[in-house]
Design a protein around this ligand. Structure first.
Ligand code: ADP
Ligand code: ADP
Length: 224
């Protein structure tokens, strides 16, 4: 069954820009979908609407059987790691659990598990300024994973990093996807990244933003 559906979705911003027109898409649980397309074609807008961070101006979006934005089980990773500089790695990763009312002791095992997923167990008491860009991004991924989401949304998460770091992180994300059995929607303008990572590539075009190709990758990600 579909985990995400977009039906005749349109987004017009307040200034009149038509960012997306008649977007239709259905994503099943466990897929790794990338949105690929040039800058400005509406990839980010589509992802933010799936997350419930923006409202469509037309059409409907459902996620996990509810209207987008109406409940949990969804995590979002932004392009910059957006960590709290005054807090340790542990406290940064714990934030979503704290917001759900968990105390440090109750949260400890889950935070440690999430740090383990990204190989940063030893850095729990470090501060963001002590970490490399790639490590900060891995903290951000751990923070997204700590609530055990069914859906992970990533908006050009590694665009600001150098190519080698980016390559390593792509492999980390693939490993997470395989081990945790979650659904990933990944926005990128890199053809390599989309083909390497996904089980399906949704190619978008601009003026106005729309889906121009929807390509299943029958063999799955190409890394092995
Ligand atoms: P992409 O992620 O593919 O680069 P975006 O979704 O960021 O594209 O943007 C799609 C279009 O919507 C672009 O033309 C962009 O300028 C416009 N846009 C994005 N956000 C806003 C906003 N808040 N107000 C007005 N226009 C916006
Ligand atoms: P990035 O995540 O930015 O690619 P690297 O993995 O290249 O960072 O690591 C940069 C430096 O940070 C390494 O030389 C190493 O000393 C340290 N480092 C990064 N990740 C770990 C880790 N999981 N365990 C120990 N040290 C690490």
């Amino acid at each position: 069954p579909a985990q995400i559906t977009l039906s005749h979705v349109e987004k017009r911003f307040g200034n009149g820009t038509l960012a997306l027109r008649d977007m239709n898409l259905s994503i099943r649980e466990g897929e790794f979908v990338s949105f690929l397309g040039p800058s400005g074609c509406g990839k980010s807008t589509a992802l933010r609407m799936i997350a419930g961070l923006l409202e469509p101006s037309g059409g409907t979006i459902t996620v996990n059987g509810r209207e987008a934005g109406d409940g949990g089980d969804v995590s979002f990773v932004f392009q910059d790691a957006t960590l709290m500089p005054w807090a340790t790695v542990f406290d940064n990763v714990m934030l979503p659990l704290k917001l759900r009312g968990l105390g440090r002791a109750e949260a400890r095992a889950q935070v440690e598990e999430a740090l383990g997923m990204v190989g940063l167990t030893k850095f729990a008491s470090s501060y963001p300024r002590e970490l490399s860009g790639g490590m900060k991004m891995r903290v951000s991924i751990a923070r997204a994973m700590v609530t055990k989401p069914r859906l992970l949304l990533m908006d050009e998460p590694f665009a600001a990093l150098d190519e080698m770091t980016r390559f390593k992180l792509n492999n980390d994300v693939l490993e997470l996807w395989r081990k945790q059995g979650l659904t990933v929607v990944f926005v990128t303008h890199s053809v390599f990244e989309s083909v390497y990572l996904s089980s399906r590539v949704v190619v978008m075009g601009s003026r106005p933003g729309r889906v121009v190709h929807d390509l299943p990758m029958p063999e799955g990600p190409r890394d092995e």
